[in-house]
Design a protein around this ligand. Structure first.
Ligand SMILES: Nc1ncnc2c1ncn2[C@@H]1O[C@H](COP(=O)(O)OP(=O)(O)OP(=O)(O)O)[C@@H](O)[C@H]1O
Ligand SMILES: [Mg+2]
Length: 464
């Protein structure tokens, strides 16, 4: 059991907002354990929470009576037993450490106030597994910060915790470096074996002591244990929560309210992500690439776009520009050396062909349409209604999207030589060093793919 009253990590300003998610991860772990003991239906859950509040206020009332002389430990033992008996077995254990060294009545009261505050936090699940991704787990978290506010106003921590690998962590920096107009959410990664916290987009790190590492490891594995997970993804990444929606949700909710030029700007941005995906070798986002074993070569393939791997932030009705985020940025390593070469051959063939903007745009359109048609069934809710809400996006992906995709592809290709020379010269030193340190394999693969691409003269460049 952890000492819940002490922040896990004192952190520095540099780690900023995400540091506070880390610092108060004990709160997250405790409230999530509390939530998992509660009934799943809202009504029963509210009933249980009311019982917790009743037990707490009854105890507080008894403490207000100065005539009663009882030891703090007797009071807390009784309180914990009542939580177990009257609410849920195991709840007392969760709060055991809160009262572990309560020698005074004041400290007992403080512990009870913490339980009362936690009740507010667990009205909904403090960590929700994202329903899009099938990797991770990717947890969307929202829970109260450690309270330092004398007025006891609850401040909320929010963020995204994902169990992933170093390929994704370093690729976030890579996409951010090459991005022309979309954004990548800032984040931190915990490199516990090397006892450092890495600031992802700044490519900086700071050390943490062994004790803190061990505690972080315990807290996060307890948190992860409550969710289905893939064992191979072990690295912990905490990202800033984007106040927006992934593309599938955005297409149903806010897309119809966009102006024509906002729609075009959205599609142009998505195409710019797709160009980087192709060059870096991220084969399964918007443009889809597969190895054709019969012909022994890579080719664009009409499959489903992954609409969960881009997010859009836009306030309904706002004239403000919408902001597109590229998330879940990884690359396919392609393990066999011969195949790695074949990928570069594919890249060169694709971008040397004069009609590549149209070819890629058409592939994207087909993959978007397939995704919209097939993924509706994965959604809770009325399929007919969702289809109706998606109608405008579905139609306009061809009537507006296709031309805008082509424009985005052209623009991306025209700007790429400048980004590549930035990457090759001293401006790219820092990022290349960072990749070398955390994932030399990704650096080696990316260098080859970028060089492979840079060695060709695309039709757009020749024309330009
Ligand atoms: N920074 C963020 N802010 C807000 N929501 C996010 C953020 N990152 C991820 N999400 C939400 O979680 C979902 C899954 O995230 P992500 O694609 O990174 O995880 P995944 O489990 O690896 O998915 P996949 O199966 O596509 O690999 C996203 O579609 C999005 O809805
Ligand atoms: Mg994803």
């Amino acid at each position: 059991m952890f000492d819940v009253t002490k922040p896990i990590y004192s952190g520095t300003e540099a780690i900023g907002i995400l540091g506070s998610v880390l610092k108060s991860s004990k709160t997250l772990s405790r409230t999530q354990s509390f939530y998992s003991l509660l009934p799943k239906t809202v009504k029963l859950r509210q009933g249980s929470l009311q019982s917790v509040l009743d037990v707490c206020s009854k105890t507080l009332e008894s403490l207000a009576n100065p005539s009663i002389e009882v030891s703090p430990s007797a009071i807390t033992d009784k309180l914990l037993m009542e939580l177990d008996d009257q609410v849920a077995d195991g709840l007392g254990d969760i709060y055991d450490s809160v009262f572990s060294d309560c020698e005074t009545i004041e400290k007992v009261k403080k512990g009870i106030r913490r339980i009362i505050k936690d009740v507010e936090a667990v009205r909904v699940s403090p960590a929700r597994k994202s329903c899009r991704g099938n990797k991770g787990p990717t947890l969307l978290v929202s829970y109260p910060k450690i309270c330092t506010d004398p007025k006891r106003i609850i401040h909320w921590n929010s963020g995204v915790i994902k169990w992933t690998n170093w390929t994704e962590i370093v690729c976030n920096s890579l996409y951010n470096f090459f991005s022309q107009s979309f954004a990548v959410p800032p984040g931190i990664a915990l490199d516990l074996p090397n006892k450092i916290i890495v600031q992802i987009l700044e490519e900086k790190s700071e050390s943490i002591d062994l004790e803190t590492c061990k505690e972080i490891e315990k807290i996060f594995s307890r948190l992860k244990a409550g969710f289905v997970s893939r064992d191979q993804d072990k690295e912990i990444m905490i990202s800033e929560r984007i106040e927006g929606e992934h593309l599938f949700d955005f297409a149903q909710s806010k897309y119809p309210a966009l102006s024509q030029s906002q729609k075009e700007s959205l599609f142009i941005n998505l195409a710019k992500i797709a160009v980087l995906d192709l060059i870096f070798g991220n084969l399964d986002r918007f443009a889809r690439v597969e190895f054709n074993a019969k012909e022994e070569k890579y080719a664009l393939s009409e499959l489903e776009a992954n609409l969960g791997n881009a997010m859009v932030k836009w306030n309904h009705g706002s004239k403000q520009d919408l902001q597109v985020f590229s998330i879940d940025n990884g690359i396919d390593h392609i393990d066999m050396p011969l195949r790695q070469q074949k990928y570069i051959t594919f890249l060169q063939g694709l971008f040397e062909s004069p009609d590549f903007p149209e070819t890629i745009a058409q592939n994207m359109v087909s993959n978007f349409v397939n995704a919209l048609n097939n993924q509706v069934d994965d959604y809770d809710g009325n399929v007919h209604e969702i289809k109706k809400k998606l109608e405008m996006f579905s139609t306009e992906i061809t009537s507006i999207g296709k031309a805008a995709f082509q424009r985005g592809i052209r623009e991306a290709i025209a700007q790429l030589p400048a980004s590549i020379s930035k990457w090759d010269d001293s401006e790219g030193d820092h990022l290349r060093d960072y990749l070398r340190k955390h994932s030399p394999q990704v650096l080696e693969i990316i260098q080859k793919r970028i060089q492979g691409f840079a060695s060709i003269k695309t039709k757009t460049q020749v024309d330009g």
